[in-house]
Design a protein around this ligand. Structure first.
Ligand code: HEC
Ligand code: HEC
Length: 263
């Protein structure tokens, strides 16, 4: 084939891709994780593994990883012991399966728990689920691999993303505010003693001083619903899963920082 024909095909493909990729509320170059809006004290607490209070959970998670279930093998017997092999495990979630179902890290852990370990699922916000997700997240911190980054971008081609996006711009609650009004249009401004961030999910599960403990992303999202006096959707509900998918796409290439420390 002549070279110019190839160039034309390539150009058309690029134009097609550009037309398909949805508009971002915040330019890629302006993306900042919530850590950028925190006090220096909190940043130190987060970045020093010896000080980070979430270490109590991830150390517990590491123990759980190695420990066999009553009627099934340990996570480690199938997945290996070394953190090196775990890197990127957590960074690749949430995923949307072929059938359109959302699989977040918590759901994947419970899928292995029930199907591979023949053990009862761990409830949302149980110490065990927080511990093991904290440990997997910690092992996956840092730069995203190319494949993971592409997968994040492709989330926008799912129905879940579309529902999540619609929710993001929908005004809710007695305060009649949408997520976007705080996290897209007013980030960097003060609200009730806190600086509003861009609302990215990359630090979760996180240790929050207000909770005096760890919480999942869903717990944080529920707090935002309560904040605008809206009824918070249940943990693991389709509404929160769809938001999680939209948020993962929206955070783009921001690296995983979990387990974070928050006010
Ligand atoms: C009235 C303003 C307001 C609205 C509306 C709001 N939030 Fe928040 N949100 C906050 C504040 C304040 C925080 C805590 C400080 C911060 O990180 O921004 C927060 C935190 C977050 C965080 C954690 C960020 C981090 O780095 O710890 C996420 C994710 C988030 N919000 C998502 C959402 C979603 C999704 C919605 C819509 C369902 C929403 N928020 C609606 C004010 C709001
Ligand atoms: C008997 C073997 C076995 C055990 C035990 C097991 N898993 Fe898995 N795990 C798998 C298989 C097979 C897959 C890929 C298919 C799937 O998603 O179920 C997988 C996938 C995963 C993934 C996604 C990895 C990726 O990058 O795609 C995570 C995370 C995970 N398991 C966590 C756990 C945790 C946490 C435990 C312990 C509570 C556990 N697994 C126990 C076999 C196992």
């Amino acid at each position: 084939m002549k070279r110019w024909v190839l160039v034309c095909i390539w150009l058309l493909a690029c134009l097609g891709a550009a037309a398909q990729s949805p508009q971002r509320g915040i330019a890629l170059t302006d993306l900042k994780s919530g850590t950028a809006f925190m006090s220096a004290d909190l940043r130190t607490l987060q970045s020093d593994d010896g000080l980070n209070p979430a270490s109590l959970w991830w150390l517990q998670g590491e123990r759980l990883w190695q420990q066999p279930a009553t009627d099934g093998p340990a996570c480690a017997s199938c997945h290996g012991k070394e953190p090196g092999r775990l890197a990127s495990m957590a960074a690749g979630f949430p995923r949307v399966t072929q059938s359109g179902a959302v699989l977040n890290l918590e759901a994947q852990i419970n899928q292995c728990r029930t199907q591979q370990q023949k053990a009862p699922a761990w409830a949302y916000e149980s110490e065990a689920l927080l511990a093991i997700s904290a440990w997997l997240a910690k092992s996956s911190r840092g730069e995203m691999q190319e494949g993971t980054r592409t997968a994040k971008m492709q989330l926008s081609q799912t129905a879940s993303w579309q529902r999540g996006q619609a929710q993001y711009y929908q005004r809710i609650g007695q305060m009649n505010l949408a997520c976007a009004q705080c996290h897209e249009q007013n980030w960097g401004r003060r609200l009730g003693g806190e600086t509003m961030s861009q609302g990215h999910p990359v630090a979760y599960p996180a240790y929050r001083l207000e909770w005096q403990g760890m919480g999942s992303l869903h717990r944080r999202l529920r707090a935002c619903f309560s904040g605008v006096r809206a009824e918070p959707p249940a943990f693991g509900s389709q509404a929160l899963l769809d938001l999680e998918v939209f948020l993962a796409w929206r955070a783009g290439p921001l690296p995983l920082e979990a387990p974070g420390v928050r006010r």
